[in-house]
Write a protein that binds this ligand. Structure first.
Ligand code: PAF
Length: 287
């Protein structure tokens, strides 16, 4: 696997390829990232990943300083998974001066759910992803692909819209959430959980499953169902930010129709975010 620490070196190396398939990451890789690398392989003529812990997407009170940095292990995992090129810039390389030009996604997608509880998060994500795209795709011609996990469902939607509105010639592809045997969605932040919390952690995905099931049984009072789901997790010692039923297309609340026996005819997703001890977990389930 070729490793580039500078944009210039990355571009020189990628000049021999036309169709990069790109998996951006913040490192501390798990099976979810590696599944994206495997999914990327047939989609381009070179598979590229990046490791960059992006300060811009962390609020001052969040875990930027303690975010796990496990470069050697990540390098080994990426090589093993068949990644061809790793871009691992320093902060000074990617942000040589304060990044004052930023991508500002519209409030209706960026200020709800994650964006409501993590103000500025999607500005930070969109800005770094745009910047990484200009580094990785500048020498490409024709098909360009970037892959993101569906666990960060709203991130995937925001980035799809960014690419669409800026008419970037890049296909954004979602990868299925990878789960541990008990059903916990894999996440770099799972490593923060104590042994006891790790056992409890699966309750978030169970609560989402239950909420989807309850919604299918009675779609008329979604607010009450969401409140019940939040109360149940709270009773187990969690601090939920939201557990909610949304339309997949725009993450707005479903419109209840009459033709489907009170069910929305839109494809739906349940999404949740909650703190267990000091660890904030997110998950979702399409239904
Ligand atoms: O999902 C992530 O790991 C990050 O938000 C991303 C897309 C690499 C941007 O820093």
């Amino acid at each position: 696997m070729y490793i580039a620490h500078t944009t210039a070196d990355l571009r020189t190396h990628l000049a021999q390829f036309k169709h990069p398939a790109f998996v951006p990451t913040m490192g501390n890789l798990h099976a979810g990232h590696l599944a994206l690398i495997k999914q990327a392989k047939p989609l381009g003529d070179v598979t590229v990943s990046s490791i960059f812990v992006n300060r811009l997407q962390f609020a001052p009170h969040e875990d930027f300083d303690t975010y796990p940095r496990t470069f050697q292990a990540d390098y080994d995992k990426l090589s093993e998974a068949g990644c061809d090129v790793l871009f691992a810039p320093t902060e000074k390389e990617l942000y040589p001066e304060p990044q004052t030009f930023k991508i500002s996604p519209p409030t209706e997608v960026a200020d709800i759910l994650e964006g409501h509880f993590r103000p500025g998060f999607f500005v930070g994500v969109s800005t770094v992803v745009m910047k990484l795209f200009t580094c990785v795709f500048s020498e490409a011609e024709g098909k360009r692909t970037a892959l993101f996990g569906k666990k960060d469902y709203q991130q995937l939607m925001v980035l799809k819209r960014m690419v669409q509105q800026f008419a970037l010639p890049i296909d954004i592809v979602g990868g299925e959430t990878q789960r541990a045997d008990d059903g916990l969605a894999l996440s770099s932040r799972n490593g923060y959980l104590s042994a006891e919390e790790r056992i409890e952690a699966v309750q978030l995905s169970l609560a989402l499953k239950q909420l989807a099931k309850n919604y299918r049984l009675n779609a008329n009072n979604v607010a009450a169902l969401e409140a019940e789901a939040i109360a149940q997790l709270t009773a187990r010692g969690w601090h939920p930010d939201y557990l909610t039923v949304r339309r997949r297309a725009d993450l707005q609340p479903p419109q209840v129709g009459f033709s489907m026996g009170g069910q929305s005819s839109d494809p739906l997703v349940v999404l949740g975010a909650a703190k267990l001890g000091k660890t904030r977990l997110i998950d979702n389930l399409e239904f």
